[in-house]
Ligand binder design. Structure first.
Ligand SMILES: CC(C)(COP(=O)(O)OP(=O)(O)OC[C@H]1O[C@@H](n2cnc3c(N)ncnc32)[C@H](O)[C@@H]1OP(=O)(O)O)[C@@H](O)C(=O)NCCC(=O)NCCS
Length: 176
């Protein structure tokens, strides 16, 4: 996937809402255009209504086309980012950042303390996205990905404490 510096593009604000059955075929299309080893439509369907899952879609007016999605999981005090992608025609407008921020806020609301994720070493766009949201590299998994085989970098972020909460919250995201 692409990387390196990119020209600044006008920002857009999307409507974010939980994913629904009617979104799934569009999500599968975006997934296919984003990954060499894509999730199936059925994989997305299995996440609908699953309590630990945070599964959000971004919609753009006027026709509310599905422009991207984010999937995260919370298990006790750990969070994991499983997937984030944006339709190629909507990239560079701040959308992934908006979705990631929303997922992190929801993880924090669930009292997640640490978020983790895994990212292909060559995926400089995604690595720049995560860096912009405060994730730092903590390890590497050799030959973690298929098609093509490649190492994964493991990233971690500590989540902020809600005012008056009295706890530290961290976050970690994985397997993206
Ligand atoms: C990675 C991806 C989700 C980014 O989506 P996007 O909507 O274009 O990202 P945003 O516009 O919200 O960018 C947010 C930040 O990410 C970084 N970034 C995103 N794309 C970048 C690129 N191509 N080059 C450099 N930095 C990039 C920038 O730091 C940007 O911050 P900025 O506001 O200072 O520009 C998108 O390229 C994509 O869907 N890729 C294919 C799927 C994928 O690789 N998912 C991640 C799996 S781990």
């Amino acid at each position: 996937m692409g990387g390196g510096a990119r020209a600044s593009a006008p920002r857009m604000t999307a409507l974010l809402r939980p994913a629904m059955e009617r979104d799934l075929s569009q999500l599968a299309q975006i997934e296919k255009s984003s990954f060499a080893d894509p999730w199936s439509e059925e994989s997305f369907r299995r996440l609908l209504g699953v309590a630990p899952a945070i599964f959000l879609v971004a919609l753009f007016p006027p026709d509310e086309a599905v422009a991207g999605y984010v999937v995260a999981f919370s298990i006790a005090e750990d969070g994991e980012l499983l997937n984030v992608a944006v339709d190629p025609k909507f990239r560079g407008k701040g959308l992934a950042g908006q979705m990631l921020d929303a997922a992190l806020i929801e993880l924090g609301a669930r009292r997640v303390r640490t978020a983790f994720l895994e990212v292909r070493e060559s995926n400089s766009a995604a690595r720049a996205l995560y860096k912009s949201r405060g994730f730092t590299e903590i390890g590497r998994r050799s030959n973690y990905y298929r098609r093509p085989v490649e190492d994964a970098l493991v990233l971690r972020r500590t989540l902020e404490v809600a005012e008056g909460d009295g706890r530290r919250a961290q976050g970690s995201f994985a397997d993206c």
